[in-house]
Design a protein around this ligand. Structure first.
Ligand code: BTN
Length: 258
């Protein structure tokens, strides 16, 4: 009896790539704790920029702000890849925005779904979260390396109780199953083409894909909940929110949609 429905075929990812660097080398793990952690471990073995690690069974996925990330074997996409950015240190934070743009563009191109970004890089369809991005950076042998980890709900037909209210999957939105390998390739293709343009274009693209541009939002900042109008992100990736007539800049915080 075939168990293929639980496999991800790396040759099918590569067949759909148009990249020069990203996805040249792919490590496929039948199960693992966290693909971000696996890429960091592989760095010790002298891997190149673009190295991709993917699993079909991530057991201890890490989310942002110390949260766990849940993936369903046979349904989700959980992958991480390495970059060695040639940009100044203060712009490293913008990479997480670039990653968000490429996920939205890769999904939209492959599925035709209307996919949007919630600041800083939640992937949203019909006001529900369909994916998230965890970007980590480290200095290693004098160079800065960044690992981009992407988790997407792809073919889930039901979601865990703890997230069901605010989460969805591509299959639930599209009402048909989605092939994961070409979807992943579409995201990497988008990433490489945007990575190679000036960072100001990343900001412009991010603003164009934002779900809540010029919208009233509730903003959780530290212990405060602030009401304001989300105007845009600036060239540092900070959220510009108009609060009682004053434009204020924020580097951290959580947007709550109405
Ligand atoms: C979020 O909290 O929104 C970010 C979730 C990121 C999850 C992905 S799944 C692949 C990679 N490996 C991890 O442990 N986390 C990221």
């Amino acid at each position: 009896m075939s168990t293929n429905k639980f496999l991800i075929f790396t040759n099918l990812i590569q067949a759909n790539l148009t990249t020069k660097v990203f996805g040249n080398e792919i490590e496929y793990l039948t199960f693992t704790d966290s693909t971000n952690e696996d890429v960091w471990e592989s760095l010790e073995n002298d891997i190149d920029e673009g190295f991709l690690c993917i699993t079909d069974n991530q057991k201890k996925g890490r989310g942002r702000r110390g949260n766990n990330w849940l993936s369903e074997p046979g349904a989700s996409l959980s992958f991480s890849f390495l970059i060695k950015p040639q940009i100044s240190l203060e712009k490293i934070g913008l990479i997480s925005l670039l990653a968000g743009v490429s996920v939205v563009e890769g999904i939209s191109k492959f599925t035709n779904l209307d996919c949007k970004l919630k600041w800083p890089n939640d992937i949203i369809i019909n006001k529900k979260k369909v994916g998230g991005i965890l970007v980590e950076s480290k200095q290693f042998n004098g160079d800065i390396f960044v690992v981009i980890g992407i988790g997407l709900n792809v073919n889930e037909q039901e979601l865990p109780l703890e997230i069901v209210e605010n989460a969805t999957s591509l299959r639930l939105e599209k009402k048909s199953p989605i092939q994961r390998e070409p979807l992943l390739a579409s995201i990497l293709n988008a990433f490489e083409s945007i990575y190679n343009v000036d960072y100001k274009k990343w900001i412009e693209l991010w603003n164009s894909h934002c779900l809540h541009l010029n919208s009233d939002v509730k903003f959780h900042h530290g212990n405060e909940i602030i009401q304001g109008t989300f105007l845009e992100i600036n060239n540092m990736g900070q959220a510009i929110i108009n609060i009682n007539g004053n434009n204020q800049k924020f580097s951290t915080g959580i947007i709550e949609l109405p």
